[in-house]
Design a binder for this molecule. Structure first.
Ligand code: PLP
Length: 384
């Protein structure tokens, strides 16, 4: 299979057979990005005040059809700010996936809270609704103030962070309904999922808040950047205030009314992002074509290719395959990388990392199964 895969991927990404290195995901940058960044430089508004930040927010809001968007320095700061705005503080617990990128968990720790790790679904790389419900039913109660509390530790659980792995939407309806029943707010980590749709609507609508990342490896990038989206005008207002050092508007005085953050995206990055956002539809179409080619290829060699869940339209941010065993995975990774075709394993389970060892978690058999077998393969946009 490996030789066939290498030839197939070379044909996709290196049709002139130049023998070049094929990365996992590289950005596509055109003259338009250069023009808008130059325009931003010429305006001298290169920091977080400037028209491109507002334009970028409007583009995201229109594209996702979510009324409010607040730009941040990156996806991690977007998650941190969201948790603060949802009232997560010292000693609280936050529900998260065991199989996720580290940036889903770290902002929980920044708040002085601790993650509770939930298993992946059997048929979906995202959070398992059954395991989530089972944990909440058996191990939590609603206290007199209407807050969900972990019975054994007495710690409050205010937020759940489902994550759309590689752009494939999680089982959002089920997760949102369970969280609502247990008085838990949903914060969607849609960092990887700009351009993905769940039951006909862009992801990010089910949660009270949702975030996107515009890191260099994402479908749309601005070097580094993030966005929080919400339908709640009060939350949007508070988040914008918190992201700009909680400065109270005044013609000259420096008045700050709470501990704020310097998390607003610079105009320079936003200019770049606006140029990229003009191509989001093309980028998604291109990636979906690549995914379909991979799907057909892997069907022909008998390897499972991860496809979009039912009722979803995924952006196929990173293509992924499932190998038979840890040994086969390691052999594949070694050989593919040695031949200049970049491949990467899925993340290590977060509760196995030193800072999250001993965290509360459900049983993690599905996440462990995927951890040993899932591999990402080259996924950059090809034709734009
Ligand atoms: C699932 C997930 N959450 C959060 C982040 C954090 O985003 P950023 O790198 O922009 O801080 C990323 C990606 O980088 C991610 O993949």
């Amino acid at each position: 299979m490996l030789e066939k895969f290498l030839n197939f991927t070379r044909d996709l990404y290196d049709p002139t057979a130049s023998g070049k290195f094929i990365p996992l995901h590289e950005p596509r940058i055109s003259q338009r990005e250069k023009d808008l960044v130059q325009d931003c430089i010429d305006s001298t508004f290169i920091s977080s005040v400037g028209e491109y930040v507002g334009k970028f927010e409007k583009m995201i809001s229109e594209y996702t059809n979510i009324p409010f968007a607040i730009a941040t320095t990156n996806g991690t700061s977007a998650l941190h700010l969201s948790l603060v705005a949802l009232g997560v503080g010292q000693g609280d617990l936050v529900l998260a996936q065991a199989l996720s990128f580290i940036a889903t968990a770290n902002p929980i720790a920044y708040c002085g809270a601790s993650p509770v790790f939930i298993d992946s679904a059997k048929d979906n790389l995202g959070m398992c609704p059954e395991k989530l419900e089972d944990f909440l039913k058996k191990e939590t109660m609603i206290n007199a103030q209407g807050v969900c509390v972990h019975k054994a530790s007495g710690r409050a659980i205010k937020v759940c962070i489902p994550m759309h792995v590689f752009g494939h939407p999680v089982k959002m309806d089920e997760i949102a309904a369970i969280c609502e029943k247990h008085h838990i707010a949903v914060l969607e980590d849609a960092a990887e999922a700009l351009g993905s749709f769940y039951k006909g609507q862009h992801v990010g609508r089910a949660g009270k808040l949702s975030i996107f990342s515009f890191n260099g490896n994402k479908i749309v990038t601005c070097g580094g950047g993030g966005m929080i989206v919400t339908s709640d005008p009060e939350l949007a207002k508070r988040i914008k205030h918190l992201s700009t050092t909680a400065k109270v508007p005044h013609a000259w005085e420096f008045v700050h009314d709470e501990v704020g953050y310097n998390y607003r995206l610079p105009n320079l990055n936003a200019a770049f992002a606006c140029a990229q956002m003009e191509k989001i539809t093309e980028f998604v179409e291109d990636k979906r074509k690549t995914a379909e080619s991979y799907r057909q290829f892997f069907a022909s060699v008998g390897t499972r290719f991860i496809v979009e869940p039912a009722n979803c339209r995924s952006n196929y941010w990173l293509n992924a395959i499932q190998l038979e065993s840890l040994q086969e995975r390691d052999e594949f990774l070694k050989a593919s990388n040695a031949k200049g075709v970049m491949a990467r394993p899925i993340w290590k389970l977060l509760p196995t990392l030193p800072m999250y060892k001993g965290s509360i978690s459900t049983s993690l058999e599905n996440a462990s199964f995927y951890e040993a077998r899932i591999v990402n393969i080259p996924s950059s946009v090809r034709s734009c």
